[in-house]
Ligand binder design. Structure first.
Ligand code: SIN
Length: 287
């Protein structure tokens, strides 16, 4: 594990994720802190900064360390803050949980977001955790024979169901209907190279409808099998939220899953996504 001069990093599991203690993100951010955050993000893929007190302007400054806003054609943004949405779950609200399945965000973009960020404004005393799964490990733990069978596949990611799923969730407001996500289909390699580190990962998501050159019927069992492999317990970590926690995770090489097990409590989170690059099918030449 790298050494950090600006904070303490406590790993959350043997597979990914760390809780970051002892730094304040609300004020000026030193170069050392910025370097440490970048190193920790590459190493752990998901960081949770504890005990923060961030208004939206401070949150925006931290978000810009990771890159520009990705855009979000589905959710209604906060007034004056087009990059942020507030996800509010009231006690006894019922209905489906926002993000309550294993997924990556907005994978039907040509360039899926690099990162998703979530800040806990109000968190249940227990329950409402978020799970993460490491897609590098998912790829590396497949047998060589299966790796050979699937590594050249091109996945078709669809936006078909995304609008409907989000519209059914009461925790978040969606924009008026009529926009094109319902038509969207985008191709990504099933096993891309990470745009920053070059490490391969299994880029599988429930919105993959088929593989290029195959029918949906042929593709479905392979998709199901890969999703099952990708979410094995030994590729995961579990984040327990507290108010004032800011999580940022790599949205390409991780799946995440919100757990809707807090019917009696309120949960309020502020969310944003950071722009990414296209996912390369070929290794980049070393500089
Ligand atoms: C999501 O971004 O999918 C929601 C995660 C959460 O609320 O825990």
């Amino acid at each position: 594990m790298p050494n950090f001069r600006s904070f303490q990093a406590n790993p959350l599991s043997g597979s990914l994720g760390a809780e970051i203690i002892g730094c304040d993100l609300s004020g000026e951010l030193s170069n050392q802190l910025i370097d440490d955050i970048a190193t920790a993000f590459r190493h752990f893929h998901m960081l949770c900064f504890r005990d923060q007190s961030l208004d939206l302007d401070a949150y925006r400054r931290v978000a810009r360390l990771f890159g520009p806003f990705s855009g979000n054609p589905i959710h209604v943004a906060l007034p004056g803050y087009p990059e942020f949405v507030r996800v509010i779950v009231e006690p006894h609200q019922g209905g489906p949980t926002f993000g309550g399945n294993w997924h990556t965000d907005l994978s039907w973009f040509e360039a899926p977001p690099k990162a998703t960020m979530l800040y806990g404004e109000e968190c249940p005393p227990y329950g409402g955790d978020t799970m993460f799964a490491n897609l590098h490990l998912a790829w590396e733990r497949l047998s060589p024979t299966l790796q050979n069978m699937v590594e050249g596949l091109v996945s078709i990611h669809s936006g078909y169901t995304t609008y409907g799923v989000n519209a059914a969730v009461r925790a978040i407001k969606v924009v008026d209907e009529g926009w094109e996500v319902s038509q969207t289909e985008v191709e990504h390699p099933l096993v891309p190279y990470h745009p920053e580190t070059g490490r391969r990962f299994l880029f599988i998501n429930p919105n993959v409808v088929r593989f290029k050159g195959m029918t949906e019927t042929e593709s479905r069992p392979i998709i199901e099998m890969l999703l099952k492999e990708a979410t094995r317990m030994d590729t995961t970590c579990r984040l327990v939220w507290r108010a004032g926690s800011l999580a940022v995770w790599d949205n390409r090489c991780l799946l995440h899953h919100a757990i809707g097990d807090y019917p009696n409590f309120r949960r309020v989170m502020v969310r944003t996504t950071i722009a990414g690059d296209r996912l390369p099918a070929e290794a980049r030449n070393a500089a």
